[in-house]
Every structure is written in structure tokens, then in C-alpha cells.
Design a protein around this ligand. Structure first.
Ligand code: CAA
Length: 402
């Protein structure tokens, strides 16, 4: 249904007489369509088998992530010079949607590795850091984690209690990070920590921490409502010596690093929410055509038709917001507000659509074999991580009012 029409591009050209032309191109390129198809096929053949069991047993999709890495999906926007696939953010949205229709526990790894880890390393690190840390992550040989949240610093991200004390040629890292995606499986961790509390957010640094550094321990896996296959842990740092060479950017750049990185991350999570919604919607349409009540398929009852119409319309609006944010990023324009709008809207649509998809399925929707109850549980996290819906409204309203 939604194949060729979503790549929106608006160009305004002012001539001598100040008249203007408006172009909108809603077509994807052949390459983008190919990538989307590849992600779709991967989701159907590699992610779908076992997705219910992985959810039930909270099993990390390790083999599937390895294959996604080999296919270039884990560093898909990184330049080939650093081992990535050199694709655009529009392709990233297409991939995230397709993977998330089936398995959001796997797609969050793609999102975090691409947006929160590889993007930050490529954009803000020096050549030595890129060669050492970015290349294996972009090639999918390793996965990374982004460590901002703490037991007492979630939405209020400047309130960092983890400390990175300047000891001359190294930082002494102490503290705890919470709810860290890929926490147990990552090799490289980007850790945000306070170096100089007197300077507030200007005294925060971002450090590259390696798994295995002395004093660094990983807590038990969290037992979660949704994305149960994903690997969420708390991390403890006790007198970990992190070399100065592992600091990202200038002293005090850590908070801005986190904020800039999260802008792109929010496009990934918006597209994940879109995929969860679209997956539930597709299952609801299929079921509605098959299930009979009162002598006809339920798709012929207006009560169901109106639900499907609402779902389709809202999903389409969410998709356009995701693609617009990605397009702005690809064209070097500011995308913070667009990314927050996409995440705010798509995550609300994911929650609403999945609840309705369960309702369309009736009693079958309440059991695991029909997938929609899992999608409903998975949808919830998209309203919480990488900035809650309320945080997105703060970002959007500040942009409007500045
Ligand atoms: N780009 C660059 N700089 C930015 C910025 C951005 N997008 N947003 C803020 N800043 C800068 C500000 O300009 C300011 O710097 P100056 O004083 O030099 O101007 C500084 O950062 C502090 O900004 P604010 O005063 O706006 O800070 P605040 O305390 O009011 O908080 C906030 C702003 C937007 C609410 C921020 O705290 C925030 O985004 N919170 C949510 C955090 C979040 O998303 N956490 C998710 C965890 S990661 C995760 O979930 C990953 C996972 O595993 C899946």
C-alpha cells in the first residue's frame, strides 16, 4: 500500500520578480526502495521465527544482530571510509519501520548503534578515536551503548551524579547508569559524567569506556514490560580509570554531545514507533478480512472499518513526520524540532494503534500467538526512552517560542 510516495522535498526558488515555484517529490529512490525491501525480507525470514519465544524468555536476538551487522545495518549511515554503508537518514527510517513491524527488541539495537553511538563517534571524535572505536561498530563487529540516564537523572539529564574527576592523564569515573540499552552485550560505552559540578552542564564530559576496564561492572538484565528481548542493564563504575584520550570533544562538551546525538536518536525511535504501529495495523487488516461474525467478515462492519481508517490515517501522518525529520537531517538543516515532533506523534500513534489492533482481534488479541499484544507492550517504551513525550513537548515548545 505505502510504497513509492513518501520522500517529501520542498524547494522554493525566488526569481527576479520574487515569484516562487514549489516542488514536492514524494518518490523514493531505487536504492531506498531496495534497502526497504531488504529490511522487510530480513524481518520476515530472520526476525519473525522465534520472536514470541525471545520475548517470553527475554532472550537477546544475538544471532539476528550479528547478521544485521554483516549486512551493514548497524552502521548504515556511517561513511564507507569508516566501515559503514554510507546511506541516508531516509533509508534509516525505512529500515527501522520494516524491522520494527516484526521485532522492536532487535530494531532498538539498530537505532542505538546507528544514532546514539556511531553518529556521535563519526561527527565529534578525532581520527584516532574513529579508527579505534567507530570502525568495528560501523562494521557491526561490535555493538555500542549510550549511557546518559541514571537512577536520579532521566528526563532531567543535566543532573548527573556520575563523576569523572580530572586526574591529569585520566578521568576517575564513579557512579551508576540505569536502563542502558545493549548494556550487557556492548563493547563500547559512551558515558556522560560530571567533571566539574560548579560549571553545571558546562562541566559535563562524554567518555568512551571499554568493556573490561577495571572497576566497570554490568548489573542484572531488567525484567521489562516490552522490548523484552533487548538487553537493558544498569552499569556500575567504581574508580574506573578512563584515559584522557577517550574524552569526546573539548572539556565540558559532554552535555551538548548528548543532546545533539539524541536529536538523531529520536528519528530512529520515531521510526521504531511507526513500525510497531504499522505492524499492528497490518495484522489487524488481515485478521479483519478473515474473522467472521454475524455472517460476514468483521472488516465489513463499520465499527471495524472506522478503526482501520483511523489507524491508517494516523500511521500515514506519523510516517510523513519521520521522513521529514530524516530529510532535513540529510539536507544539513536543523531537525531537532522535527525529530521531537516525529517521536511525540509516532509514539502516541503506536500506543493507540496497538491497543486498537488488540481490540480488533478480540480474545485472540490477548494471547501471544497473534503478535499484537507484544506490539502493544513494545509500543509503550517509545513514549518513554530517548526523551518522554513530555520532554519532546518541552523541546518543541522551546523551538516555537525562541
Ligand atoms: N543541541 C545543542 N545544545 C543543546 C540542545 C541541543 N539539541 N539542547 C540543549 N542544548 C544546550 C543548551 O543550549 C544549553 O547550553 P547553553 O547554556 O550553552 O545555551 C544546555 O544544553 C542546557 O540546556 P537546557 O538549559 O535546555 O537544559 P535543561 O536542563 O532545561 O534540559 C532537556 C533540556 C531538553 C529537557 C534535556 O534535559 C533532555 O533532553 N532531557 C531528556 C533526556 C533524554 O532524552 N534521555 C534519554 C536517555 S537515552 C536513551 O533512552 C537511550 C536508550 O538506551 C534507548
Amino acid at each position: 500500500m505505502f510504497n513509492n510516495f513518501y520522500y517529501a522535498c520542498i524547494v522554493i526558488i525566488f526569481g527576479d520578480n520574487q515569484s516562487y515555484k514549489l516542488y514536492m517529490n514524494f518518490e523514493f529512490t531505487e536504492e531506498q526502495l531496495m534497502i526497504k525491501q531488504a529490511a522487510h525480507d530480513f524481518a520476515e525470514t530472520e526476525l519473525k521465527p522465534g520472536v514470541i519465544e525471545r520475548d517470553e524468555h527475554q532472550k537477546f536476538p544475538a544471532e539476528q544482530i550479528k547478521k544485521l551487522g554483516e549486512l551493514g545495518f548497524l552502521g548504515m549511515m556511517v561513511s564507507p571510509q569508516y566501515g559503514g554503508s554510507g546511506l541516508d537518514a531516509v533509508s534509516y527510517v525505512l529500515v527501522m519501520e520494516e524491522l520494527s513491524k516484526i521485532d522492536a527488541s532487535a530494531s532498538v539495537v539498530v537505532s542505538v548503534n546507528n544514532s546514539l553511538v556511531c553518529y556521535g563517534l563519526e561527527k565529534y571524535c578525532n581520527e584516532e578515536q574513529k579508527q579505534k572505536y567507530l570502525v568495528p561498530l560501523a562494521k557491526g563487529e561490535q555493538i555500542g551503548a549510550f549511557c546518559l540516564s541514571e537512577p536520579e537523572a532521566g528526563s532531567d539529564a543535566t543532573s548527573q551524579h556520575t563523576t569523572a574527576i580530572d586526574m591529569g592523564d585520566y578521568y576517575l569515573l564513579n557512579g551508576t547508569k540505569n536502563w542502558i540499552t545493549n548494556g550487557g552485550n556492548a563493547s563500547t560505552y559512551l558515558v556522560i559524567a560530571q567533571t566539574d559540578a560548579a560549571k553545571g552542564h558546562k562541566g559535563i564530559n562524554a567518555l568512551i569506556v571499554e568493556r573490561g576496564m577495571e572497576g566497570f561492572t554490568v548489573g542484572p538484565k531488567e525484567n521489562k514490560l516490552g522490548i523484552r528481548g533487548s538487553d537493558t542493564h544498569s552499569l556500575m563504575f567504581s574508580d574506573v580509570k578512563v584515559p584522557k584520550a577517550n574524552r569526546i570533544g573539548e572539556d565540558g562538551f559532554g552535555f551538548k554531545f548528548a543532546m545533539k546525538t539524541l536529536e538523531g536518536g529520536r528519528i530512529g525511535i520515531a521510526a521504531q514507533a511507526l513500525g510497531i504501529a504499522a505492524g499492528a495495523y497490518e495484522l489487524a487488516v488481515k485478521y479483519a478480512k478473515e474473522r467472521q461474525t454475524f455472517g460476514k467478515p468483521i472488516a465489513q462492519h463499520q465499527a471495524i472499518q472506522f478503526k482501520l481508517a483511523d489507524m491508517a490515517t494516523e500511521i500515514e501522518a506519523a510516517r510523513l513526520l519521520c521522513l521529514k525529520a530524516a530529510w532535513l537531517k540529510d539536507h544539513g538543516q536543523d531537525y531537532a524540532q522535527a525529530a521531537s515532533m516525529a517521536k511525540l506523534f509516532a509514539s502516541e500513534v503506536a500506543m493507540k494503534t496497538t491497543v486498537e489492533a488488540v481490540q480488533v482481534h478480540g480474545g485472540y488479541g490477548f494471547v501471544k500467538e497473534y503478535h499484537v499484544e507484544r506490539l502493544m507492550r513494545d509500543a509503550k517504551i517509545t513514549q518513554i526512552y530517548e526523551g518522554t513525550s513530555e520532554i519532546q513537548k518541552i523541546v518543541i515548545s522551546r523551538e516555537i517560542l525562541k
